[in-house]
Design a protein around this ligand. Sequence first.
Ligand code: ES4
Ligand code: ZN
Length: 326
Amino acid sequence: DEMEQFLAQLPKVELHLHIEGTLEPEMMFALAERNGVKLSYPDPEALRRAYQFDNLQSFLDLYYQGTSVLKTSQDFYDLAMAYFSRCDQEHVLHYEIMFDPQAHLSRGVAMNTIMEGLTGAMEDAQRKYGASSGLILSLLRHLPEQDGIDALLQAKPWQHKILAIGLDSSEKGNPPGRFRKAFDIADDYGWHRVAHAGEEGPASYIWEAIRELHVRRVDHGVRCSDDTKLMSYLKQYQVPLTVCPLSNVRLGVYSDLRQHNLKMLLEKGLCVTINSDDPAYFGGYMTANMLAVQRAFNLTESQWLQLTANAINASFAPVERKQALK
Ligand code: ES4
Ligand code: ZN
């Protein structure tokens, strides 16, 4: 209908996207073949059928397995280019994408291999599509802080090609405060700071990410609604939340989209944005997330324009680029 048409053509900005989470089963099998990697599923269909998750951990187990096919800079280039091409089709004009270097370094893939592939694709997407982009180096919170610091030191030669530090993986029992030193190094590199907080973990982790890691934007953050003081703070300072609707439903954070608090948060004046997280695993890219939200909440056109304005404001794009996006 008319609203779906409006959403399909709306210029978009994506701020919460794990590039490893865009690895579609078909590409996983193609890369496995190319690199001589054995997968534990017979074909892409069987793999896709296994994408039934009980919680964040059951997803992460498959997600990390999937990364085993990524070996060469060409693999990282192809992976990123497939996502960028999808973005072009969906009118996503600016994207800030996370990657998990520790998931690759631990398999013997060098930082240079990852960075050459990803930055090469970003430069080509800029030329080919006119899209702007940034890279967020995300640390795995289930590993010791020192492992993350080692990854950061390996990224030092690339510091000017990276926009921000992030923090992801298993949230429960892994509070943000443990990563202060790592975030201080990122600060010395001149990077912005984001962290996953309040996805499965408690609202206190959102406070901790803000107070101890000085994050400028919170990934997910939906559990903020358990804490009225926190909600007031997020509203007052317009701390952006990168909400991922289909992800939250697939991982059981909400039983269905109608139970999601994103409309409430938006109407209370928080800086909510909509994002796809790991679209190959959660059943949809940006447009699919927006259409699912529209079916659940029937938002007004002005609410959609607000969500888009929020994403532009929440981005780390230079002011001139932000103006061009508006
Ligand atoms: C993730 Cl949805 C989600 N949460 C935490 N860590 C992640 N890594 C990739 N996707
Ligand atoms: Zn995420």
